[in-house]
Structures are given as structure tokens and as C-alpha cells.
Design a protein around this ligand. Structure first.
Ligand code: PLP
Length: 359
């Protein structure tokens, strides 16, 4: 067994299940007895086509998507989706609504403006993005409403899906498959897979076919969702290894009991850490309690002169990846699906011990 020596709280790429890493390391040498590495087989051979099919089907199954949805694995990261979404869904002269909840929403807004009008329906910028806006009106003529369901940098998360008739597009990069949700309420969902779903290099896009083919602009072939759908997510050479790791991670998630089961564990992990933050006099949470993210826990230390020392102490305890994003400061502990509960227990112990030592 891989010795779980470090507790990996990285924000992404991040911790993956041990069994996924083992299986993938074997496949790097000999993929299912083929005498070739997974990196050496053609992407249009039967064994790889089966990997792609299984990854798409497992995503559909775990998210319980209805038949209007197609699941694709594309390249370019969630960042490419910031432009690919409006290019495919928003005609010039039309308006899309966006809710600004942080850095990633802002990047999405910037790209959308290249294709049509953007109505920023609400923003929590004035409060340094420490909450999710509660008051907003979505213009009925909007082609879609875009939200970022989990804000990786600031540590906030939407607890409920906005009530609107307008089709909803969501960037779920940092909370995809971490909690139960009515995914069929959405028109398009995208996520870089490198946090909860697999390895960097692939981006999952679940898109409703009924949303497509409505813009008048010419869309370059590689950026047209329709082409990817028609070609079974194999329009060109896909990121084979990233898709393989994703397929294994989805198998692992299904083996854990699926999204409902992992949500229970995720709730436990988040509760444990937030409880310590709320009760330990040395630490303080960054964001409004009702909007706290269960994936990215952001907090600060009340005595800033102890920040570096706490990081060093954690390093000695094999706790890695908890330095906060430069825009948010302090600490950020990411609790993605594959992070064991035990790692959070170790983290909480470290906080208790450090605090007592400094009292
Ligand atoms: N959206 C969110 C919510 C993210 O957390 C990230 C990356 O961390 C991105 C988008 C950008 O993803 P990518 O690096 O895959 O382009």
C-alpha cells in the first residue's frame, strides 16, 4: 500500500484515491494485458473507446442526467469553457446573466463579453466575496444564467440552485460530484476534472442538446459542442490518460456508494474542521457561515505573526497544501472527495495542539 504519509489539502490538482493511483500506475506499464502502456495504444482502438464510454456513462449515471444531456471530455480546462459556453449559447446582441462570486466568475464574465451582452445580476465583490448574493433578479430575456457553484479561492458555495426560468449554466469545477443536487435543473455543467473527478488535462462538459444550434455565428469545428457530440467525444485525440484516471475515479466513487454516500463523508469532514475553527480561539473562518464551502475551507489565524509558524508546524505533521490563495490570505484546506476523514482529524489535532502551545 502507498504509505499515506502526507495529508494532502491541495486545492487542485489534488488528492486522488490510492486504488486509482495503483491501477493507473499498472496501466502505465501494461494496459490490461495488451503489452502496451495506456499511453501507447491508439485512441480509436476498442480498449480505449471502452474507457471513454465508461467515463461518459458513469458521469451520466452518478449525476442521474436525463436523456437530453450529452457528456463530453474536452481539453482546455474550465478556462476554455469560459469562452466556449458563450460562443455556443449566446448570439451577438443577446444577453446572458452572470452572478459574480469571485475570481473564476469574473474570468467567465470577461470572456462572455466577447460574444454578447453580459448582465451581472449580483456580486459580492464589495464584501471581498465573503458570501453568496441572496438578492438578484434575472432578466427573463437572458439566454442563460451563469453561476460558480463553489468558489475555490474564497471558500463559499451555493447551497441551493437559483429559482429562475432562465436556463442555468454552472462552473462546478471545485464541487462536482461532491453532493447531491438536481443536476437536471441545469442546461450546461462544466468542470475541470482535476479536483473531484480525476487528473488535470480533461474537462467534463454535460450539455443539453436542446440548448445547441441556436446561434448564428460560425463556430470553429473544435469549439463546437455539436461536433464533439456527433463524434462521441472523440473529435480529435482526447487526453487519454486524464480520461482513464477520470474513469477509474468515477468507478471508485460508484464503489463508495455514489454521490449520496460521499456527501455524507464530505459533510462530516467539513463539520469537523469548521467546528474547530469556531471553537479554537486562535482561528477564525473567512466567510458567512450559511455560505461556507464544504470543499474549500478558508480561515485565518488571529495573531498574524503566527501564520508562518503554523504553516511550518503543519508541514512537520505532514499536512500539506493549506497555504491560502494569495487573494484571500491565511489558510485554505481543500476537502475533496478523495481526502480521507483521517486527514481532517490530523489537521484538527494540529490546530488544537498549536493553539494550546501558544496560549
Ligand atoms: N473554475 C473554478 C471554480 C476553479 O476552481 C478553477 C481552477 O481552480 C477554474 C475554473 C479553472 O480551471 P482550469 O485550470 O481547469 O482552467
Amino acid at each position: 500500500d502507498r504509505n499515506m504519509k502526507v495529508h494532502n489539502f491541495n486545492a487542485g490538482p489534488s488528492v486522488l484515491p490510492n486504488e486509482v493511483l495503483y491501477k493507473a500506475s499498472k496501466a502505465l506499464i501494461d494496459f490490461e494485458g495488451s503489452g502496451m502502456s495506456i499511453l501507447e495504444i491508439g485512441h480509436r482502438t476498442e480498449p480505449f473507446m471502452a474507457v471513454m464510454e465508461e467515463a461518459r456513462n458513469l458521469t451520466r449515471e452518478l449525476m442521474q442526467l436525463d436523456d437530453d444531456f450529452e457528456v463530453l471530455f474536452l481539453q482546455g480546462g474550465a478556462t476554455m469553457q469560459f469562452m466556449q459556453v458563450p460562443m455556443n449559447l449566446l448570439d451577438s446582441g443577446e444577453t446572458a446573466s452572470y452572478i459574480d462570486t469571485g475570481v473564476w466568475s469574473n474570468k467567465a464574465i470577461k470572456e462572455a463579453k466577447l460574444f454578447g451582452f453580459v448582465d451581472v445580476s449580483a456580486s459580492s465583490k464589495e464584501a471581498n466575496y465573503n458570501h453568496i448574493p441572496k438578492q438578484y433578479t434575472i432578466a427573463t430575456q437572458s439566454k442563460y444564467l451563469h453561476i460558480t457553484t463553489n468558489n475555490t479561492i474564497y471558500g463559499t458555495q451555493w447551497n441551493s440552485i437559483p429559482e429562475t426560468e432562465v436556463p442555468i449554466v454552472a462552473d462546478m469545477s471545485s464541487d462536482i460530484l461532491s453532493r447531491e443536487m438536481d443536476f437536471n435543473r441545469f442546461a450546461l455543467i462544466y468542470a475541470g476534472v482535476q479536483k473531484n473527478m480525476g487528473a488535470a488535462g480533461a474537462t467534463m462538459v454535460a450539455v443539453r442538446k436542446s440548448m445547441l444550434g441556436k446561434v448564428s455565428r460560425q463556430i470553429p469545428s473544435i469549439l463546437n459542442y455539436k461536433n464533439h457530440i456527433e463524434n462521441g467525444s472523440m473529435l480529435n485525440t482526447p487526453p487519454v490518460f486524464a480520461v482513464y484516471i477520470t474513469m477509474l475515479t468515477l468507478r471508485w466513487l460508484k464503489g463508495q456508494g455514489g454521490v449520496a454516500a460521499i456527501e455524507q463523508i464530505n459533510n462530516k469532514k467539513a463539520a469537523l474542521l469548521y467546528d474547530e475553527i469556531d471553537h479554537n480561539p486562535l482561528f477564525r473562518g473567512n466567510v458567512a457561515k450559511e455560505d461556507r464551502s464544504k470543499m474549500n475551507v478558508t480561515f485565518t489565524i488571529d495573531k498574524p505573526e503566527l501564520e508562518e509558524e503554523f504553516l511550518k508546524f503543519c508541514k512537520k505533521e505532514d499536512i500539506v497544501g493549506i497555504k491560502g490563495h494569495r487573494l484571500s490570505g491565511g489558510f485554505r484546506a481543500s476537502l475533496y472527495n478523495a481526502l480521507p476523514l483521517e486527514s481532517v482529524e490530523v489537521m484538527v489535532e494540529a490546530m488544537k495542539f498549536f493553539s494550546l502551545k501558544k496560549a
